[in-house]
Ligand binder design. Structure first.
Ligand SMILES: Nc1ncnc2c1ncn2[C@@H]1O[C@H](COP(=O)(O)OP(=O)(O)OP(=O)(O)O)[C@@H](O)[C@H]1O
Ligand SMILES: [Mg+2]
Length: 261
């Protein structure tokens, strides 16, 4: 191939979702969802409560597998491989696609033991290497300076915003490719929220991020792409600026102008 034909195919989607349906028992929570997630970009999912944002996010690292009665149809491609293929190692997938939750959920261990947890589970015993990675990960989550002198303190005694960034550091330690965040700031005050948003902008240089947020201003501030969902459907997906300034669907316009939700 030569010239412009080739150029058009260069844009690489880190994740591609094709005609995805998800059922909780009889209830269909996702309906023929299509979406692509570009590498080193922040993609936001917005929409009213119950529209399926968390469900869709959980599909990206198969967290829904843990819920009994869940059935998935359609495709989720990560680097062109279907993550629902039977040959996929789910533990390996969840290392590549890590998740940060609404409530910070550090383990009841020391700060240090939290950061190196995943590495130890993976069998790493080299103390020097563990220390190096812990430092790198804490630095990347902007926690090294405030915490370096108290790595043996219990993680649960940290303020909530540091707990949340510790959860980010714990993910970074196992070198994920994609970071999923489900309303990561909803338990945080505005200053802590700003810090997480700034951190996201830094992290996207190395990682691909998908965030669920109730906060439309947050989506507008941090994301490159936005998907607007309603009742299990992806109503509109596009560049954030377009979705917020010139939505193509009336439903999207009604939502972003605050008519409902
Ligand atoms: N484990 C479950 N079993 C059955 N139904 C579920 C389950 N989890 C979610 N649902 C339903 O699926 C739909 C989508 O839920 P989901 O949590 O994905 O929405 P959401 O957009 O994340 O909402 P919120 O903004 O409130 O977090 C809702 O109708 C919800 O009640
Ligand atoms: Mg949710």
């Amino acid at each position: 191939m030569t010239g412009t034909h080739q150029d058009a195919s260069i844009i690489s989607n880190k994740i591609e979702i094709n005609s995805l349906d998800l059922f909780y028992g009889q209830f269909q929570a996702l309906k023929l969802v299509d979406m692509s997630v570009q590498e080193n970009m922040i993609t936001a999912l917005i929409g009213p409560s119950g529209c399926g944002k968390s469900t869709l996010l959980r599909c990206l690292n198969r967290m829904n597998d843990l819920i009994p009665g869940v059935r998935v149809k359609g495709k989720v491609l990560l680097d062109d491989s279907d993550i629902y293929d039977t040959s996929i190692e789910v533990a390996e997938l969840r290392k590549r696609v890590g998740m940060v939750f609404q409530r910070p959920n550090p383990f009841p261990l020391s700060i240090y033991d939290n950061v190196v947890y995943g590495l130890r589970v993976a069998g790493m015993r080299n103390a020097t290497r563990l220390k190096e990675i812990a430092e790198q990960s804490l630095r990347a989550a902007w926690l090294w300076d405030p915490l370096k002198a108290k790595l043996n303190h219990p993680a649960l005694e940290l303020p909530l915003d540091q707990q949340q960034r510790l959860c980010v550091a714990r993910l970074l330690a196992v070198q994920p490719e994609v970071i999923l965040m489900d309303e990561p700031c909803s338990a945080l005050d505005p200053i802590a929220t700003m810090k997480i948003e700034e951190l996201m902008l830094e992290l996207k240089k190395k990682y691909t991020i998908v965030i669920v947020t109730h906060n439309m201003q947050q989506a507008a501030r941090v994301s490159d792409f936005t998907g607007y969902m309603l009742l299990g459907e992806m109503i509109e997906f596009g560049q954030t600026n377009d979705v917020f300034t010139k939505p193509t669907k009336k439903l999207t316009e009604d939502y972003i102008t605050g008519k409902y939700g």
